[in-house]
Ligand binder design. Structure first.
Ligand SMILES: *Cc1c(COP(=O)(O)O)cnc(C)c1O
Length: 425
């Protein structure tokens, strides 16, 4: 059956047979038993598929990954221990020392550090570009050793929209894939593959979990990128892997090549697995993702409309607002709504913002975002505090920016809380 995305939240990734558990079981086992040495040997040669050690694969994780893959309309997926691990693996799987990639500068602070500082130490160079870069300028950023382009559907924390089609066109013209971190939109509100993106990542810690329970990540491959057509750029996929008796991933695994390599090399060697217990929690949360996203969006729009009219509020960024300069992009990429996260500034700048935040009662100050419970954060003094003012502005983060994550509480209560705190400013 070809179910809608809403139904796939319940039906995707796991179909019990007669007498089997209705809910995905937690396979809390590090290892799996085999009858003969030969059967086990075939697994190590990637000649047969099967479970043997949870660092590589575990059934609970695979059911959750399969559901997310189904939701995104992808071909293959793997869970990781965090969103950070997902983004690192997504790039490192195709871009090694001496390689270069292009990333939007409007991305999560942790990803910015990973790309700009840590991966640089590994000899991998990243060029950051503005989301509103012209196609002509974007063209000029490609080099012979460029391996990928990266962006976030809706950026954390500035909630601006990444023009997937523009970046996909440039990436494909240069024979490289576009990787999109779809954490904030979730596949309920945007499916990047439909706009030409090749690989999707998520921090499942955010809406997918949605209840502040478990840190996690996922990589989903559309299977659409033709690695063999760009053989010289991606030797890791198109030439023999000596650690697996010389097999060639793109030849042997076709559309599953990218995820198979990520699992059998990166997960094998770096080991950033998600625990089966966390994968279980994630899978349970995914069942209500569509219902929660609709509520997050409708409540966030009410909050944004309230803030927009308030005379102590300097500005509001939420592209679902008709007044937003990004409203046309929102209508194109996330017509059902973006997410529950919005950004705004209080008149009186940085100090007024801090006074306001400290006066809130229902909304808690947390580094967390995209959750059932309303939370807020001041990036300049929290998540992005390692950035210089210049870097902050380059990432579009104004010093007075408050990231406000609208939860599932009654929106009237959230607005009442904002109202009383604004009165104290
Ligand atoms: C939180 C976040 C990450 C990092 O994910 P963790 O699960 O915290 O490691 C990456 N991308 C985006 C957009 C995020 O919001």
């Amino acid at each position: 059956m070809n179910y809608s995305t809403e139904t796939k939240c319940l039906m995707g990734g796991y179909t019990p047979h007669q007498g089997e558990p209705r809910q995905v079981p937690i396979v809390q086992s590090t290892t799996f038993k085999y009858d003969t040495s030969e059967q086990m040997g075939k697994l190590f040669d990637l000649e047969a598929s099967g479970y043997f050690y949870t660092r590589l694969q575990n059934p609970t994780n695979d059911h959750a990954a399969a559901k997310i893959c189904d939701l995104e309309g992808g071909f293959a997926a793997m869970l990781t221990s965090s969103g950070q691990a997902a983004n690192f693996y997504a790039i490192f799987n195709i871009c090694e020392t001496g390689g270069h990639f292009i990333a939007s500068s409007s991305i999560y602070g942790g990803t910015y550090n990973l790309f700009g500082t840590t991966m640089k130490k590994m000899g991998i160079e990243c060029t950051f570009v503005d989301n509103d870069i012209t196609p002509e300028e974007l063209e000029k950023q490609f080099r012979p050793n460029t391996k990928a382009v990266f962006g976030e559907t809706i950026t954390n924390p500035t909630v601006s929209i990444f023009d997937i089609e523009k970046f996909a066109a440039a990436a494909h013209k240069h024979g490289v894939p576009l990787i999109v971190d779809n954490t904030f939109a979730t596949p309920i509100n945007c499916r990047p593959f439909e706009f030409g993106c090749d690989i999707v990542t998520h921090s499942t810690t955010k809406y997918m979990d949605g209840h502040s329970v478990g840190v996690g990540g996922v990589i989903v491959d559309s299977g659409n990128f033709d690695w063999m057509a760009h053989k010289d750029k991606f030797p890791g996929l198109t030439t023999p892997d000596e650690s697996y008796h010389g097999l060639i991933y793109a030849e042997k695994f076709g559309k599953a090549a990218y995820i198979t390599k990520a699992t059998s090399q990166l997960m094998r060697d770096f080991g950033s697995i998600q625990s089966p217990m966390n994968a279980f929690y994630l899978n349970v949360s995914l069942e209500s993702l569509a219902v929660r996203m609709a509520r997050h969006c409708s409540s966030a729009l009410k909050v944004a409309q309230f803030l927009e009219k308030h005379d102590k509020v300097a500005w509001v960024d939420y592209s679902d607002l008709e007044s937003s300069p990004q409203h046309a992009l929102q209508q194109k990429y996330c017509p059902k709504g973006t997410c529950g996260v919005l950004a705004f500034g209080i008149k009186g700048g940085r100090e007024a913002s801090i006074r306001f935040m400290d006066s809130l009662k229902l909304a808690f100050i947390e580094t967390h975002v995209a959750d059932a419970k309303t939370a807020l954060l001041h990036p300049a003094s929290h998540t992005h505090r390692q950035m210089t003012d210049e870097q902050l502005l380059a990432a579009g983060v104004r010093p007075d920016l408050i990231r406000f994550s609208v939860g599932l509480e009654d929106p009237d209560d959230i607005i009442a809380d904002l109202k009383q705190a604004l009165e104290k400013v």
